[in-house]
Ligand binder design. Structure first.
Ligand code: PAF
Length: 277
């Protein structure tokens, strides 16, 4: 496994690569969710590239950029174990040599909903770094977790709308046996907060169960809200799979964000609305 931290070495590693190049972009603090993405890449690509970069552009002024977990030595072990060929670990000066970029990718109206409503500028920061990493790595295929469903939706939209020549693959969320979605931020939770955090996945299951019994969209969200209590939602919304308004029948997505102590958790799941039964 090669570890490179600058553009010249990345370009050299990239031009030595033959076949289909898959990339898994991360901010480090790797867990089983990331390992699953790396395994998907290893199965389907000839060369696997991982990037580890805590992107300052996607954190708001009062968010956890400085205290975001940085565990490079352990992350490199995960990459090695999962058969990664090249790991790119740039500093901010390597990613943004001229300082914070004036030109950013505009996520459009979808970037203002849900997470975007609570975290202004977040998705412009995400799309800008994802676009730059796609250019720098020249990847043919990139793997992202469904856990960040709005991020995945926006990355697919960017690739479609800006004619980027890369395939985007979404990978289902990995959960603890008790349902908690894996996240690098779970390590902020103490025991009591972790128990409260379980209400998010319980709410998703309650929404799915209600839908399976024929509940319509308002009844699905009501069932989910009841199961989320006593945790208070930043948002709990049922939407179409591309994050438009929820359909009357067919596939939909239930998305939740909530604060547990000082930690903000997000989760989502597919829901199938039966329509009039
Ligand atoms: O999902 C993440 O870890 C980040 O948002 C990403 C895609 C690596 C961009 O910084």
């Amino acid at each position: 496994m090669r570890i490179v931290d600058n553009r010249a070495d990345l370009a050299a590693a990239r031009s030595a690569a033959t076949g289909r190049v898959g990339v898994v972009m991360t901010m480090g603090a790797l867990h089983e969710g990331h390992a699953t993405l790396l395994r998907e890449a290893r199965k389907n690509a000839d060369v696997v590239l991982a990037t580890i970069f805590v992107n300052p552009l996607q954190f708001g002024p009062n968010e956890d950029f400085t205290r975001y977990p940085r565990t490079l030595a352990a992350d490199l072990q995960v990459c090695e174990r999962e058969g990664v060929d090249v790991v790119f670990t740039p500093d901010p000066e390597v990613m943004y040599p001229g300082g914070e970029p004036g030109v950013r990718v505009d996520p459009g109206p979808l970037g203002d909903l849900l997470e975007g409503a609570v975290r202004p500028g977040h998705f412009a920061g995400v799309l800008t770094v994802v676009h730059k990493l796609l250019c720098l790595t020249g990847a043919d295929v990139a793997y992202f977790g469904e856990k960040d469903f709005q991020q995945l939706t926006l990355i697919k939209a960017m690739v479609r709308d800006l004619d980027l020549d890369v395939e985007i693959v979404g990978v289902p969320t990995v959960r603890e046996p008790d349902g908690l979605a894996l996240s690098s931020r779970n390590r902020y939770l103490d025991d009591d907060q972790r128990v409260l955090g379980l209400h998010l996945s319980a709410a998703l299951r309650a929404g799915q169960a209600a839908a399976a019994e024929g509940a319509d969209a308002p009844a699905v969200t009501a069932a989910a809200s009841a199961a989320l209590a006593p945790v208070e939602a930043d948002y709990l919304e049922l939407r179409s799979p591309d994050l438009g308004p929820a359909p009357a029948a067919g596939d939909a997505r239930l998305l939740i964000a909530a604060r547990v102590g000082p930690t903000r958790l997000i989760d989502n799941a597919p829901v199938r609305l039966l329509g009039k039964v």
